[in-house]
Design a protein around this ligand. Structure first.
Ligand code: SF4
Length: 139
């Protein structure tokens, strides 16, 4: 019997947790189906970065998540507050959870300044990709 169960990280909002900036969730049934035979851990980098829920919507100004990590772009919320350090802290905590749990695959939410992979990559996605972690995106 193979009792090895793959561990994964998943954007918390995709699992139905109400972690989004608007206080809502975005449960994705395809994602949950993919996670069926795994041991998954929900993470919300923006909450881990110390931001409240709900919170003002934020976006990356001047580039993408990779540029934020290089110090060449910033994350501003819709009230013009700079929340770059919150986003970087959240990304680093997600990475440290992945590394401590020997997790090599993360399932991330699209269209997010933290979690998006395609289009304008988010800060957490960029850090995970930089560290060689396999990332998959769901809407
Ligand atoms: Fe949190 Fe990422 Fe979902 Fe936004 S997209 S609520 S940062 S888990």
């Amino acid at each position: 019997m193979n009792d090895y169960v793959e561990k994964c990280l998943v954007s918390a909002c995709l699992t139905g947790l109400s972690t989004r900036y608007d206080g809502k969730s975005k449960k994705n049934h395809s994602c949950m189906h993919c996670l069926q035979k795994t041991l998954w851990i929900p993470v919300c980098p923006e909450q881990l970065g110390g931001l409240p829920t709900p919170r003002p919507a934020a976006s990356i100004i001047g580039g993408n998540g990779f540029d934020v990590l290089k110090g060449k772009a910033h994350v501003l919320d819709c009230n013009n507050n700079d929340v770059t350090s919150n986003f970087i802290q959240g990304a680093e905590l997600v990475l440290s959870i992945a590394q401590s749990q020997k997790i090599t695959t993360c399932y991330l939410k699209s269209r997010s300044p933290s979690c998006a992979i395609n289009g304008n990559a988010g800060v957490t996605a960029a850090l995970l990709i930089q560290q060689g972690i396999h990332v998959l995106e769901f809407d």
